[in-house]
Design a protein around this ligand. Structure first.
Ligand code: ATP
Ligand code: MG
Length: 413
């Protein structure tokens, strides 16, 4: 059974508010929902083609695959994409597992198999379904039914399992989430060993390093040894995130260039704060769009993104201006007289603000030049590299920006 699609909570006060917001910008649907991509939206999927090829060939050899990655990086969307590529000579089923319980898991799997797989000779699916609902057979009984079905299948079966991720820790036994997940997988060991069945399972990020460790040390063969492949779903790079934005805008019916929708400095800020996580990126854009709409702006601007970020931080206007400067120019050094003139403040006040920004993870010190600390937006090095062909801070935009940028330009990567 597909698990319910949950919209991330948002500062937008109502669904109708969000609707008015995207309509205000001439869009026919909300481009920034943070739901994982489903069947009809899979053409929104950006990047990862090498990973997809690798995973497809692993799938076709009916191996168990763990797909690990941080929350929001795109594991569920990737699983959906892989499932959509399963060729006709395989069966596939997909289950979501919000409950961390092995017998529930097995019943869900059986239930899904009964509806997705054509009947096999010698087994009465209707009768099995009836028993499953009425009698609530034991875990072992359910497993042996699954085994007898899979042993008679004409084609291999691929099982997509999402949301093991959401398993909670166990306070009573002092188990962390990942220990609890391991425990569950351990209980499902015989299922993972079924011949002719490949499992593709979304896992927490830490399983990736765990497995690499086990493989390296030849340590105790945990249940993770049953996964022939455990891959890490990496963050998206800034160019890919920008492509996510462009694809979404286009599909929402936006006709113009992305810059007519979003001020470049707002994009820079969103890219920096998302640090490669597509859900965080979409969430920031969504919040920014809502504020742009409330302001009745023509496009979503830096100030809208800033307000969204600043909702809880309550930073002052000086910080806001300084952050804008960073988004525009790439670098800031408090001792720079042009920056002081732009801000109308002395070096000490600017240093203090730069420190406040970095305490709040809105800036980071990236260098020391001539004894002075050089600040940039978090992760900016990547952003600047990623958009080398088209600098984010064109010299012609502000004279202040121009001078500072030139000052530090020599050390750009
Ligand atoms: N490669 C991609 N291209 C376009 N959009 C993506 C991509 N990867 C993820 N997204 C978007 O990012 C958001 C989060 O993706 P998804 O739900 O798949 O992440 P997840 O890793 O499964 O998260 P969780 O750990 O919370 O289950 C979704 O809105 C999805 O549409
Ligand atoms: Mg997911």
């Amino acid at each position: 059974m597909k698990h319910e699609r949950k919209q991330k909570s948002s500062l937008k006060n109502s669904a109708s508010g969000a609707k008015t917001a995207y309509r205000h910008f001439g869009l026919r649907n909300d481009p920034f929902t943070t739901l994982s991509l489903q069947g009809h939206e899979l053409d929104y999927f950006v990047g990862r083609s090498a990973l997809i090829d690798r995973l497809l060939s692993a799938m076709f050899s009916v191996s168990n695959i763990g797909v690990a990655g941080e929350p929001g990086v795109g594991k569920s969307s990737l699983l959906q994409l892989l499932e959509s590529r399963v060729p006709r000579d395989f069966y596939s089923v997909s289950i979501g597992v919000p409950l961390d319980d092995a017998s529930y898991f097995l019943s869900e799997l059986l239930r899904e198999m009964l509806v997705s797989i054509p009947p096999v000779p010698g087994l009465n699916f209707k009768e099995i379904g009836r028993r499953l609902e009425k009698e609530g057979p034991t875990k072992n009984a359910v497993f042996s039914i699954i085994r007898s079905i899979t042993s008679r299948l004409k084609k291999p079966l691929l099982v997509f399992v999402d949301d093991l991720e959401k398993i909670k820790g166990d306070r009573v036994q002092h188990l962390t989430r990942s220990e609890r997940t391991l425990q569950l997988l351990e209980e499902l060991k015989s299922m993972l060993e079924l011949p002719n069945v490949g499992f593709i399972i979304a896992l927490q990020e830490e399983f990736y390093s765990k497995v690499s460790q086990v493989v390296k040390e030849g340590a105790e063969p945990t249940v993770l040894g049953l996964f022939k492949h455990v891959v890490l779903v990496e963050k998206l790079n800034p160019m890919q995130l920008k492509e996510v934005l462009q694809v979404r805008l286009e599909r929402a019916g936006f006709k113009g260039d992305w810059e007519e929708f979003l001020e470049p400095e707002a994009l820079t800020l969103a890219l920096s704060l998302a640090s490669g996580n597509p859900r965080r990126f979409l969430y920031l854009l969504s919040e920014g769009m809502y504020r742009g709409f409330q302001r009745k702006g023509k496009r979503v601007e830096y100030q809208d993104l800033f307000e969204a970020v600043n909702e809880h931080l309550k930073l002052d206007l000086v910080c806001k201006k300084l952050l804008y400067f960073l988004a525009k120019s790439g670098r800031a050094v408090a001792s720079n007289s042009d920056l002081q003139a732009f801000m109308g403040l002395d070096m000490i006040s600017i240093s203090r603000r730069l420190e406040i920004l970095s305490k709040n993870h809105l800036a980071e010190m990236v260098d020391v030049a001539d004894g002075a600390k050089v600040y940039a937006l978090p992760g900016t090095r990547e952003i600047i590299t990623g958009t080398k062909s088209r600098p984010l801070a064109p010299m012609t935009h502000t004279t202040m920006g121009e001078k500072i940028y030139t000052l530090l330009g020599g050390e750009e990567p």
